[in-house]
Design a protein around this ligand. Structure first.
Ligand code: NI
Length: 201
């Protein structure tokens, strides 16, 4: 009998531990996607990737070193959020004046099926002159998105051509050491982005 009670207690303890583990995992995942919540999970942002810029040059995580980086994932067919966000980054950098030369904005596609380097090259001309517009194979994009804890999912199978891509919409600010410093959401006002950049640089 004592043995049976011990066994029951053991099973109960395992269940509680499993539940707590799952719960804290979901908690962390939710915070990683929460635009205005800094601090939690920040060490998880960034990691190895290999992509190609709009001029055909290879870009890896090593290229993020030596300057401040603003990293944003989106896609050129995005009807509203992506162009507005990239426009906000462009305006914020213009507000910074000469100091903006220390910041490189990166736009990484979550639509590797349509966003070729050629498409990215044309799209980039609408925004900041220093914008690096990165694409890659579906596998390369998946790896980059995983490194930055970015979620994305086409609304239809990419073969159908007419589809949207749901995606995390966070602007990550990384320091010259390539590490996460802060983040903005697509709803952060231009002057707030500029102000926080000015204080961070
Ligand atoms: Ni978008």
């Amino acid at each position: 009998m004592a043995r049976l009670i011990l066994f029951a207690a053991f099973v109960a303890a395992i269940s509680v531990a499993t539940f707590l583990g799952l719960w804290s995992g979901q908690f962390a995942a939710r915070f990683a996607n929460e635009p205005e919540t800094a601090g939690v999970g920040e060490a998880l942002i960034g990691g190895p990737f290999t992509l190609i810029d709009q001029h055909g040059a290879t870009v890896t995580e090593a290229d993020l070193l030596g300057h401040w980086s603003i990293v944003y994932f989106g896609y050129t067919f995005c009807p509203d959020v992506c162009p507005v966000t990239l426009q906000n980054v462009t305006l914020a950098l213009e507000m910074l004046g000469g100091r903006a030369s220390r910041v490189v904005p990166y736009f990484i596609t979550v639509d590797p099926w349509r966003d070729t380097p050629e498409v990215m090259a044309e799209y980039a001309t609408y925004f900041h002159a220093g914008l690096k517009a990165l694409s890659g194979t579906p596998e390369q994009i998946a790896a980059a998105a995983a490194a930055f804890r970015v979620y994305y999912s086409p609304t239809e199978r990419p073969e159908t051509e007419d589809y949207f891509v749901d995606h995390t919409s966070i602007l990550y600010l990384l320091g010259p050491d390539g590490r996460y410093v802060s983040h903005f959401s697509h709803t952060t006002a231009v002057d707030e982005i500029a102000d926080r950049l000015a204080r961070a640089l």
